[in-house]
Write a protein of this length. Sequence first.
Length: 204
Amino acid sequence: MTPTLPVFSIERHRLVTDGQGVTTLVGAYGCPLQCRYCINPHAWDPSTLDKCVRLTPEQLYDKVKIDNLYFLATGGGVTFGGGESLLHAPFIAAFRQVCGPGWHLAVETSLHVPCRNLEQVLDAVDEFIVDIKDMDGAVYESYTGQPQAPLEENLRRLAASGGVCAFGAGTDPHSPHTVLQYRGAYPGVFGQSETAGIYPAGSV
């Protein structure tokens, strides 16, 4: 069965904030977290689902290919956001097959998904923009309403995969439990990345 994506927004010509080059940000419905101060509550609000357009990989490609020249000239492409983009891992993997290798594909993710979801997209995604929230388990659970274990498991898997660039985000940029403290624990994710760092909660 062909996967479909519940899309609530497609934003063209974005720069810097959603991956390299000129980027089209595709907002997909669904999130396992309900963070305090969430900047995209519509991404998990049930009323949003009725307003979404369900697209196949081919249909999404037809909508975004208008910017193919921008993508190729700047090293940009499509970034899947939300919500939690990796809830739709089969779609993202299928989209890579449709768009081919020329576009830079990125996902904005909390990594709070089953590890199998991450595994499905490792060969399809060029960049993982990870909203860490906080590396202290108690703070993380208080902030998100969910345990931290899936994040840690998936960070370890990203580190083992090698060559994956990730961004960090904290609930408090001055917290002692910042991402920078944990670069040593996940060298494959943060070790060589100049862009990995701390950003205010919800900014990615």
